[in-house]
Design a protein around this ligand. Structure first.
Ligand code: PLP
Length: 388
């Protein structure tokens, strides 16, 4: 069988060994964490240890971490008009978000459509802070949602500057850090975020576990998404996914310990990959290349290439990449991120995302470049054929 190289870490990362072990161990713990007997207390200990590890990864207090079923659910929980602070109990009537947010933020949580306003981004994929300043001034005490790193381009957003603008206007800032956490340092206080969304499966934990982290106990949700048994201090009812949460904690601890070394390793390989890509295809466009980006992400296109065709061709060569464009009901939509960056329509359907992780090797990068050499020469032959 063909050896495969996995370059789709922004879609999901493989389970870390530490997470696998924690998952298996937790499956042997029979108790319900809400039960007071020894079995219940053992399950509770697993959750609280995970809460400590997730909190430490983002510089929060364990009591401010709320486990959810996913990053999507954490975003949904965060985006509500009924978010209160100790000083402010009135509902927030406006949600501002950048035009490049993940679909789980773009859906707007529990705000009505008419209460949502988009903030444009620059050509290099960073939120326009002048436009944000104006929008915050027009709105009264808005909730603002801004991602720390974009999932398609990897471009890092100026979150700390945005936080200063939002807070000066009486607003609150929610930061979707799903793609950034574990890849770049991410401290809730240093970012100036009031709320932070995390997802276990992007940092080596299992799929189907996430967390919403708040800056302090000053922030309160008057309308939790799921009500019932009062778990997660009333913010998210339902018996906890003990094994998933324990594995999330183990992955967070490993990601925290290894962040500097892993980030340096990914950056060195990504640099090699982009140099090779440019040498083979001098006209390839690497989106957001001039901006600060995650160390693991490259989104590129060449004129005339369709992303879905390239993804299939790479797959046949044993390489897993993804297209920047979204595919729903069998129809490939141009990427809303590239459209927001005002990329020419001939390129918006061609974005191929290559994302690396901690097990990516030089050999993987060479396989990718070998496959790209083959694909790009086939592509130029096709184009010559069409021109003739
Ligand atoms: N936010 C961003 C930026 C993402 O990239 C993703 C997943 O791709 C999510 C949120 C959703 O996370 P989950 O898959 O845990 O629902």
């Amino acid at each position: 069988m063909l050896e495969r190289s996995y370059f789709d870490w922004n879609a999901t990362a493989p389970l870390r060994d530490e997470a696998r072990q924690a998952l298996q161990d937790a499956c042997e713990v029979a108790g319900n964490p809400s039960s007071v007997h020894a079995e219940g207390r053992a399950a509770r200990r697993l959750i609280e240890r995970a809460r400590d590890d997730v909190a430490a990864l983002v510089g929060a207090r364990p009591a401010d971490v709320f486990f959810t079923s996913s990053g999507t659910e954490a975003n949904m929980l965060a985006l509500t008009p009924a978010i209160e602070t100790a000083a402010e109990k009135r509902p927030r009537d406006k949600l501002l978000m950048s035009a490049i947010e993940h679909s789980s933020v773009r859906a707007g949580g529990r705000f009505v459509r008419t209460a949502i306003e988009d903030i444009p981004v620059s050509a290099d994929g960073r939120v326009d802070l002048k436009a944000l300043t104006d929008a915050v001034a027009r709105a009264s005490r808005p909730l603002v949602s801004l991602m720390l790193a974009n999932n398609e381009t990897g471009v890092l957003q100026p979150v700390a500057e945005a936080a200063a603008i939002v807070h000066a206007g009486g607003g609150l800032l929610h930061v979707d850090a799903v793609q950034a956490v574990g890849r770049v340092p991410c401290d809730i206080g240093a970012l100036g975020a009031d709320l932070l969304t995390l997802s276990a499966h992007k940092l080596g934990g299992p799929k189907g576990v996430g967390a919403l982290v708040r800056l302090s106990e000053d922030i309160h949700f008057a309308d939790p998404l799921i009500r019932g048994g009062g778990q997660e201090r009333g913010m998210r009812a339902g018996t906890e996914n003990v094994a998933g949460i324990a594995a999330f904690g183990a992955a967070a601890a490993a990601a925290h310990r290894q962040l500097t070394a892993e980030a340096a390793g990914m950056l060195a390989l990504r640099t090699r990959l982009e140099a090779g890509l440019r040498a083979i295809s001098p006209h390839a466009v690497i989106f957001g290349a001039a901006a600060e980006r995650l160390p693991n992400t490259t989104l590129f296109a060449v004129e005339g290439m369709k992303a879905e065709t390239a993804v299939i061709a790479f797959d046949l060569e044993g390489i897993a990449v993804s297209s920047g464009a979204a595919c729903s009901s069998g129809k490939v939509q141009p990427s809303h991120v590239l459209a927001a960056m005002r990329v020419s329509p001939v390129l918006t359907r061609g974005g191929v995302r290559v994302s690396l992780g901690w097990t990516t090797t030089e050999a993987d990068v060479e396989c990718f470049l070998g496959a790209w050499r083959k694909l790009s020469s086939a592509l130029s032959k096709d184009q010559r054929g069409i021109a003739a």
